[in-house]
Design a binder for this molecule. Structure first.
Ligand code: ADP
Ligand code: GLC
Length: 497
């Protein structure tokens, strides 16, 4: 199939979270299976021109009542030549250090325009290449206007047989803007309203995609069920329920070339299930790297995370938060790597300043993330909600036992440990609050000290799990095919999502 991915993040080119991993891995797997898959994204300042090929013709993108002129720079995603990435250069909007914002300005005030341009440019790139895809697959609010354009300004064009496919990676980020921002989109007000973007408070990009895309999916079956409820629906649960075809969950895989303890270039030593004893050395490397006392007896609990409320930091932080109590009352070392909201960064720094058994690194660092996955005994993810989550799957592969919230993709990918039968791959936190986190970590650490063999069995069970992209990709292909068939049979106007 011919598939265009439109995205704000991908792989190591531009990454703030799991969206980048997911889009890169899905793209690579599609390409490896012979599909003609290409990618459109912005050329942010940190994506260097020098390594890319510039298209000769400039790209005119109609916005508002005029056109915005862009350059297209082409590159390849990783080693597979067929996954071409077209980056859109438009310095007024993209020549910045961050994807959505910077440390001083967490959310650029012109993000509505920045990502509307990306969405419209996707169509123009295809036109310029004379390459009309079977599917345009877009992801999260930054590309949510793609299906909206398909139903409005791009209706009855050469894209009429192209299915629009939208994946929700996180319903908590919706792209809410003021109504005035819509002037730049060029979409007549009644059409914008019909496409679902207009809400009482202004604009909501994600709502537009949910109401306009030919198919909507999310990144686990658990989360697909949760977002139909007010508790997890972030105000859009009724729109999700209203889709006649439902919102299907397709769980993410992980990239086992990148996350493999037997070949990982970032860790020393490497190990696998047949050399699990070497994981103890990887733990020593971790303790050395993070300035923790080198001590094999003490359990190490790791966290690698965006520092956002979603990830459970309300229950973790503060004087009565779980981390304080875990650090002081349970014999553990805690190692945390993350960047994000300032109050969380400050709280974690305070936590570590006063304690020898806590090491906190504020920053985004791929290498350190691998060292933590390899060396820790447990990986803590008490997310308030988790659409899929990747770190728990990385942890399983590295024999690091996940301690997770019982929700979303975490529930779908981790199996509850039963100490009586020594089965399962991780621990579920219950209840999901500060006490519950504390108790679950305490139980896990206790099991490790009274029954190291049971812990090894649990580690090995986790290491044997495989969440392959091949399987997830096949589910995407099946969904693409059904959607393309529906669009071709009924026409886009004939499908009311
Ligand atoms: P989310 O996308 O909600 O942040 P995921 O678990 O899906 O959560 O993916 C997070 C990804 O980002 C993982 O690959 C994780 O290792 C990575 N990551 C998050 N924070 C950091 C950090 N500070 N340094 C390095 N990698 C990080
Ligand atoms: C989002 C979600 C995360 C998911 C990732 C990739 O950022 O928060 O749970 O794993 O997207 O789909």
């Amino acid at each position: 199939m011919k598939i265009l991915m439109v995205t704000s993040e991908i792989g190591t080119i531009a990454k703030t979270g799991g969206l980048a991993d997911m889009v890169a891995a899905l793209t690579r797997t599609l390409a490896a299976n012979g599909h003609d898959v290409r990618v459109v994204m912005p050329r942010y300042r940190f994506i260097r021109r020098e390594t890319m090929v510039r298209h000769e013709a400039p790209l005119g993108v109609p916005m508002g009542t005029s056109e915005r002129w862009c350059a297209v720079y082409e590159t390849e995603l990783g080693a597979i030549p067929r996954a071409t990435v077209y980056t859109i250069e438009h310095d007024a909007l993209y020549d910045r250090d961050g994807v959505y914002g910077t440390r001083s300005v967490p959310f650029f005030e012109d993000n509505a325009l920045r990502f509307a341009l990306l969405s419209r440019a996707a169509f123009q790139v295809c036109r310029a290449l004379h390459w009309i895809p079977d599917v345009i697959h877009c992801h999260d609010w930054p590309t949510a206007l793609v299906p909206v354009y398909a139903r409005t300004l791009e209706n009855r064009t050469e894209f009429d047989s192209t299915a629009t496919f939208f994946t929700i990676h996180n319903l908590g980020y919706q792209g809410r803007f003021s109504a005035a921002d819509a002037v730049e989109f060029g979409i007549p007000a009644p059409e914008l309203e019909k496409a679902g973007v207009v809400v009482s408070t202004g604009l909501n990009f994600l709502r537009g995609a949910i109401k306009s895309a030919d198919c909507v999916t999310t990144v686990s079956e658990g989360y697909a069920a949760e977002i139909t409820t007010p508790e997890f629906g972030f105000g859009l649960d009724s729109e999700i329920r209203a889709r006649g075809d439902g919102v299907r969950g397709i769980v993410n895989g992980i990239d086992y070339d990148e996350w493999n303890p037997s070949t990982d270039p970032y860790i020393t030593p490497r190990f696998d299930s047949d050399s699990l004893e070497r994981k103890a050395e990887a733990k020593r490397s971790l303790q050395t790297e993070f300035n923790l006392p080198v001590d094999s007896a003490t359990a190490v609990v790791g966290i690698v995370s965006r520092l956002a409320e979603q990830k459970g930091f309300t229950a973790l932080c503060g004087p009565t938060g779980a981390l304080n109590r875990i650090a002081d009352e349970i014999p553990v070392q805690i190692v945390i790597l993350g960047t994000g909201e300032e109050w969380i960064e400050r709280d974690l720094e305070q936590l570590s300043a006063a304690r020898a058994n806590v090491s906190v690194t504020i920053g985004f660092d791929e290498r350190l993330a691998h060292i933590i996955e390899a060396g820790a005994d447990f990986f803590l993810m008490p997310s308030e909600y988790e659409p899929c989550g990747l770190n728990q799957m990385y942890s399983l592969r590295y024999g690091t036992i996940p301690i997770v919230a019982p929700n979303g993709g975490l529930k779908d990918t981790v199996k509850q440990v039963d100490p009586a039968t020594t089965t399962g791959t991780g621990f579920f936190i219950a209840p999901l609050d500060s006490d519950g986190i504390f108790d679950t970590v305490r139980r896990a650490v206790e099991l490790r000290s009274v029954s190291p063999d049971a812990i090894d069995t649990i580690r090995l069970a986790g290491m044997a799990e495989r969440f392959t992209w091949q399987r997830s990709m096949e589910n995407y292909i099946a969904a693409y095919e059904t959607t393309v068939a529906r669009v071709r049979a009924a026409g886009r106007d004939g499908i009311s999502p």
